[in-house]
Design a protein around this ligand. Structure first.
Ligand code: E4P
Length: 225
């Protein structure tokens, strides 16, 4: 499963990219607003940090406008993926963009039927929103499993990009449900590394290491003792 970061905060993107496990980025209008920076400027910086798919969302509500925005996004950078809300006009635009070889990410998906329609329209990615659905008292993970089943059964190539992730448990469940990609906030990605028993075990090992007589092997290494 590929790992994307869901933000337009370049410090966070830079840090996560430095960890060596980041495959791509998803942005949305809220992320751009929160960055407090001009749209083109923040995008340019994100594209310079990550050499992978970067979703940029359109804001028109009619197909012609979405297609124009999508073409502009695609011209902006070769790694751009055009993010389009799942709606009639959105999927009309996705079909046109796909015909032009432009990659799309259909967003704001809340059920498997919407994911089916996005795949029929030729979407590159579908973004089912897990946590927002869970918050509404509905089963977000079941939705991922249903989409996986439908795509596999009918041979749709659209990739399942699990979105709206707010817990590490949801990341694990996406792995188990067969998502192709999971996008998450920086704090969740960082939390994936941690376990209290890892910290306790590391402390014990390092405390004991201090009692070992000096060794030659690590002499040149900066860390340790
Ligand atoms: C999807 O790509 C969206 O940017 C995102 O995952 C929305 O998540 P939220 O529910 O945390 O806002």
């Amino acid at each position: 499963m590929q790992l994307f970061i869901d933000t337009a905060n370049v410090q966070e993107i830079r840090t996560a990219a430095g960890w060596g496990i980041l495959d791509g980025v998803t942005t949305n209008p809220t992320h751009i607003f929160k960055s407090g920076r001009p749209f083109e400027e923040v995008l340019q910086e994100i594209f310079s940090i990550v050499d992978g798919p970067i979703s940029v969302e359109t804001v028109s509500l009619e197909a012609a406008g979405i297609v124009n925005e999508g073409r502009a996004v695609a011209r902006f950078h070769k790694n751009a993926v055009v993010k389009v809300p799942v709606m009639v006009e959105g999927l009309k635009a996705v079909k046109q963009l796909a015909a032009e070889g432009i990659r799309t990410n259909v967003t704001l998906c809340f059920n498997a039927l919407q994911a089916y329609l996005a795949a029929k329209a030729g979407a590159t990615y579908i973004s089912p929103f897990i946590h927002r659905k869970e918050e509404a008292g509905q089963d977000g993970l079941e939705m991922i499993k249903e989409i996986r089943g439908i795509y596999d059964r009918y041979g749709y190539k659209t990739k399942i990009l699990a979105a709206s992730i707010r817990t590490t448990r949801e990341v694990l469940e996406c792995l188990n449900a067969g998502a192709d990609v999971c996008t998450m906030p920086f704090n969740i990605m960082e939390s994936l590394y941690h376990h209290s028993m890892t910290d306790a075990g590391l402390k014990m090992f390092l405390d004991d290491w201090k009692k070992v007589p000096p060794v030659k092997l690590f002499a040149a290494a900066p860390a340790g003792r």
